[in-house]
Each structure stands twice: as C-alpha cells, then as structure tokens.
Ligand binder design. Structure first.
Ligand code: GLA
Length: 682
C-alpha cells in the first residue's frame, strides 16, 4: 500500500520524528526491574546481550516507584537501570508509566475510579483503575510525564516513548459522573442543538426526547434495549476520550523531545478504540498479539492482526510490542507452545512488515498476577528450551535484518474495516448475533489460503491502490462512503459487498426502499427482505441451518439469506439459493460497471465456494497468488526481495508455490531470495 491517507485527523506534530526506534531490527521485551533486587539487574543486562536483545520497554507499571508519595519523585533507581542498559548496549523504549496510578492517588481521588454500566465503582488492586475522563487522573498523569520527559528525554539509552499501556484493555468505557459530563460536552459539540441530537438518535421512539443536553446521560444499565445511536455515540466518545488522554501525554513529550518517536501499544482488532482515528497520532504503530497455541486456527487471526498493523501505518514498518514465548496465564486453559511454534509465529510478524519483535516480558515474574505468564527468561533460568529458542531467534533476526529492514509488503487486495459497523452489529436488537471480527476473518481466510496479502483499510481510503476490495458486513455507511465505493468499482476496481452491508447510515437510520442506498445502482440489485439462518461467534463455526447454493458457484452457505431483486439488465446471477426462505433468489451477483465490477454475496459461502470466488476474482483482477492451490496452515508473503513461507502447523504440509510444490516440516520457515536463485530453508 502506498500513499493512502486514512483519516483527515490532524497529527500531533508536523514532521514525523526521525525514526531511531526502527533504525535497526529490534528484539527485546518489557523489562520490569522494579520487581527485582538490583543485584539481578547486571545479570539481566548480561543475559539480554546473550539473547541478542537490543530494546527494552522499561517502566510501564512503575508509577508507584517513581512517585511513591504525591509530588515526591524517586528516579535514582531508574537512572541506574537506564545507565546499566545503555552500558550493555540495550536501547530503551521508555514508558510514561501512567497505566496504573498508585494507591495514594486512588485514596485521595476515589472519584477517579472507573464505573461500570451497572454502577459498580471498580477498585484499586489490579491496574487501569482510572476513568479516562477523570480530571485528577489527567493532571497527575501529565505531571508525571512532564518529570519523565524532562529527566530522560536526552538520556542516550532512550530511543522512543511508550505512552501509557493498552488503552481500554480492561476499561473500554467508564460510566462515572465525570465521563457523563464529558459525554454531554462531546455531544453538544457534535450536534450543536438538542434538536439535532433528537433527530440523530430518533428519540421520538419510546418517548426519549430531550429538552436540553443536561438531560442526556451515558447509557447506564437500563430496563430494555438502549437507544442504538446513544450507544454508538458513547462508544465513539469513549474511544475519543482515551485518544485525547494519549494526545495530552504526547503533547508534553513533544515539548521536551520534538524528534523522539512516540507510540502506544495497540491490541489488534480491538473494538473499544477506532484505530483508524488513532493511527495518525503514532510515529510507529505497535501491537500486542497473543494467538492461542491450543487453537489451530489462531494463526489466521494473528496474520490478519499483523496485516492490520501494517495497514494502520500506511505500509510503514511496525513493532510487535508484546508477544509470548510460550503460555500466557489469562485464558481458562493456557497451553504452552511446542518447540518451533514460537519462532514460526514471530517470523510471520517480520514477513508481514514488523521491524521488531518484542515480548511480554524479559524476566518471568516471581510474584503477582502474571507469575505464570511466559517470558524470555523463564523461572527455570537459562538452561531451558525457551531461553535457547529466544537466543536462537535473536541471532536469526539480527542476521535477517539487512534483508528485511524497512522493506515493503505489497498488497493488491484490501478488506474494509469499519468500527461503526463493528459497534452497530454488536448491539442488541439486531437480526442476528454475528461477531464482526469473526466474519471479517471468514473473508480474510480464503485470501490467506492462496497467499494473497491483504491490507485492511477504512471505507474512505484511497482504494485505487487495490485491485480487489471486499466490504464484509459494512453495515453502517454514509452517502459519501457509498459514492466512494461506486467510484472505485466504476474506475476499474473489483468491489465485493457482502450481506448486512449498507443497511444503516452513520446515525443508524435505515437506508429505506431496498437498503444499499446508491449501491443499488452499482450492484444492480435491491433487497426486499432477509432472514437470519444462524450466528457466528469468535473462533466458532456458524450455528443454525445451512443453505444450498446452485449455479456456477455451487455449495453450502450459512448465516444469512437476502431476498435479492435484480433491477438492472447487466446484473448477472452466478449462484442461487436452492432452498429456504429465499429459495430461487440470487445468492451471488456480479455487475460490470465502468471499467470494473461490483459483486454482491448475500450469505456466507462455505470454504470451497470462497476458494472458487478467490480464484475468479484474482484471475479477473490479475492479482498474484503465491500459493497455487488453497492451503490451510501455511502463510506465504513477499516482503522486499524475500518470499517467506511458513508452516503454522505441527504437521508436514505441502505448499504449491509458483516454482513447484515444496514439502514443509512442522513449523518450518522457508525464506527465499526472489531476485536470485538461492533458497534457504531453515
Ligand atoms: C498485556 C499487557 C502486559 C501484560 C500482557 C500479558 O499485553 O500490556 O502488561 O499484562 O498483556 O499477556
């Protein structure tokens, strides 16, 4: 992806700071020296050197050590740590330490604690126990950031700022009184008059009219279905409130260190923050990814997550900020990674555009809630499989660096991700409960099976960079969004729109007279009605009844049937429902428009049909497939001059590459130079 500009939101500084952070290939992890006696620190630096660590994320949860009493700062220990790391050749991504306020703060400002929709005020004793709208939290956090920036901005070890940590991970929305007041202010800016809010929210329904902004509240637990637009606006507000906090920290950091790169760690496909809005405010996109080793399908979500990170940075290299060497501790059952899995997983991050592979955390904790979470240096020490695998990967990445650092990953296909649509389909009182992310992966997977690299993009991205654009369940769209999609198809693109798309506008009002708005003309169809066949939950197969498709694309399908009416003589019907509510109606249509084509898929086809569709689309749009036949469990990606093929399974797998069929051992990674004949299999 080249020069798309995802949002028009304006960045926090004019020039993007010189990127010292990714000037070299990074290997390392979160380092929490405050959990250990200082005698351990020298050993840490020595072993980091042995493992090839060149970047440590320091101080993420150290506020109570840095400011043990209000306004009294204790930095000498951190000075010592940074000096030792620097002397040992380890650079530092220094945290602003604001993710977990100290006990004295919470005790003095109990109103800063977050509140759930049910009115439960969450307590101290874990982390992220603050409302993003708390004035006291903001004031104290920024005071700390000011101190840290002033003291360490020029420290030779520091190559970047790590702001807060995983915004919204535990508290996506807070329903406290300060949040309610901030929500009212946000609404009054958005709507200007209460009449406009009444119109947007459709408050004549169930007697919900407001006479002034003072009457409006956050959507607390209520007797029945909440007002949908109120819910959506509260989700938008909650993302904005966290983003405002992030930007307030960045503003302090920029004042002290105008050219120091700034990042905060994203969490992949995270519903609570609209990362298209956030991304322009990060100098380096970074991500935390923990695919479940027990789930053989988790590699699909991980691949998509990595592609999302590259896309958020508009193609720039990104940083895998956190990952696990083996088991985590936060699932119900926490499987460890068999030998080889860790390496194959980490190398897919590099293949998909990461210029750094970091972990949570360097040394496994002895106490606290994460004592059973994996680390680079495990409880059992250096004479362990995990530490040996870590050292081997550190060495391998250093060797690989000159061949991948800064190299592009090119993608000719894109899948649209839209946070409003995600939020809307997740609301109660919908025709079915299909998880937006699970559905997204159902459409991503067939591309992965053919080795077609996919970018993700917002609906208003510059789509002319792509030969195929899929809009899966793009439920919420404006008139302008739909015109943008129409222009893309007419100008030579291959647009694929799936069921439950273009049903609502951005206020969640229905597109009347057959849904789809202006896309009716693009697609040459309208929708009379529909039926839900089942639901789709994360990591599950679709529930409910299957339906049969007949025609050139025959097979089974799930989740949904639209009653499609063809309204244009140029609309071809390529598949029809053989049974059920919409029997005899089109399941798959295609209409040539301008120099391109617009497809509509009114159900979720099974794997064989999806594979056949990918074959058709990639041929029609002339998009290269790195895998010559659909293959599960294998990732094939080109980055720069390298072709990287990874077996993500514990079985032998055959991959049909353009050069011939290769046999891949369990977790094997094959890295091949494209411009030379030499292939190296690791
Ligand atoms: C998140 C956090 C880390 C740690 C890990 C454990 O990613 O950012 O501090 O808790 O989870 O998986």
């Amino acid at each position: 992806m080249n020069s798309t500009s995802h949002t028009d939101s304006h960045r926090d500084s004019q020039p993007r700071p010189a990127n010292a952070l990714l000037s070299t290939s990074r290997f390392g992890g979160d380092y929490n020296p405050e959990q250990w006696e200082s005698q351990v620190w020298d050993e840490d630096v020595r072993l980091m050197h042995q493992a090839g660590v060149n970047l440590a994320t320091v101080g993420v949860f150290s506020w109570s050590r840095l400011e043990p009493r209000p306004g009294q700062y204790e930095f000498s220990w951190l000075d010592d740590v940074l000096d030792r790391l620097h002397a040992g050749g380890v650079d530092v991504l220094l945290a602003t330490a604001t993710a977990s306020p100290p006990a004295w703060f919470t005790r003095s400002y109990p109103q800063s604690l977050p509140v759930t929709a049910e009115g439960v005020r969450l307590g101290f004793g874990s982390r992220q126990h603050y409302s993003p709208s708390s004035a006291a939290y903001r004031e104290h956090a920024l005071r700390l950031v000011e101190q840290i920036a002033a003291r360490y901005g020029q420290h030779p070890a520091v190559v970047g700022w790590h702001v807060n940590n995983e915004y919204g991970c535990h508290v996506m929305r807070s329903y406290d009184d300060e949040s309610a007041a901030a929500f009212r202010r946000w609404l009054s800016v958005k709507y200007s008059t209460i009449e406009q809010l009444n119109h947007a929210w459709g408050t004549d329904f169930w007697s919900q009219r407001y006479d002034s902004f003072d009457e409006v509240d956050v959507p607390r637990a209520m007797p029945s279905f909440p007002n949908p637009t109120q819910l959506l606006d509260f989700d938008r507000f909650s993302s904005d409130a966290m983003l405002a906090l992030y930007r307030a920290e960045v503003e302090v950091l920029r004042r002290h260190t105008p050219t120091m790169p700034v990042t905060t760690n994203f969490m992949g496909f995270f519903p609570g923050a609209d990362y298209w809005q956030w991304a322009p405010h990060l100098d380096v996109i970074s991500d935390d990814a923990y695919p479940d080793p027990a789930d053989p399908e988790s590699y699909v979500g991980a691949a998509a997550q990595r592609d999302l990170m590259r896309s958020l940075g508009e193609g720039r290299p990104w940083l895998l900020m956190e990952s696990a060497t083996t088991a985590v501790q936060w699932r119900t059952v926490n499987a460890s990674k068999p030998a080889g899995m860790y390496r194959s997983e980490q190398l897919t991050a590099v293949a998909r555009g990461a210029d750094g592979v970091l972990h949570f955390q360097w040394r496994q904790s002895k106490a606290g809630a994460e004592k059973f979470h994996a680390a680079m240096l495990p409880h059992a020490g250096t004479d362990t499989r995990v530490f040996r695998e870590v050292c081997a990967l550190g060495a391998e990445l250093a060797e690989l660096a000159p061949r991948v650092l800064g190299a592009d990953v090119s993608a000719r296909a894109a899948i649209i991700v839209d946070w409003d649509s995600w939020r809307a389909v997740g609301q109660p009182a919908n025709p079915t409960h299909t998880d937006y992310h699970a559905n997204l992966l159902a459409w991503y997977r067939p591309f992965l099976r053919r080795g077609i690299t996919v970018d993700f993009c917002p609906v208003r991205a510059d789509l002319s960079n792509y030969d195929i654009v899929v809009a899966p369940m793009l439920h919420v769209v404006s008139q302008e969004d739909l015109e943008h999609l129409d222009t893309y198809a007419r100008s030579g693109g291959h647009l694929v729109v799936t069921h439950q798309s273009a049903i609502l506008d951005r206020d969640l009002h229905v597109w009347l007279n057959g849904y789809l708005g202006p896309l009716q003309q693009t697609l040459g169809i309208r929708l009379e009605e529909w039926t839900a066949l089942g639901a789709l939950a994360s990591g599950q197969q679709p529930t409910g009844v299957a339906t049969k498709l007949v025609g050139p694309f025959a097979g089974q399908a799930y989740l949904w049937q639209d009653v499609v009416a063809v309204i244009d003589a140029h609309t071809e019907v390529l598949s029809t429902f053989a049974d059920g509510f919409a029997a005899g109606r089109p399941a798959l249509t295609r209409r040539s428009t301008g120099t391109g084509a617009a497809w509509y898929v009114s159900t979720l086809p099974d794997e064989a049909v999806l594979d056949a569709l990918i074959e058709r689309w990639s041929t029609e749009a002339d998009v290269k497939t790195l895998l010559q036949r659909p293959t599960s469990g294998v990732e094939a990606v080109e980055r720069g001059d390298l072709l990287i093929v990874v077996n993500r399974t514990a079985e032998r797998v055959q991959a049909a590459l353009a050069e011939g069929v290769v046999d891949l051992a369990p977790f094997e990674v094959r890295i091949e130079e494209r411009r030379s004949t030499g292939a190296s299999s690791h």
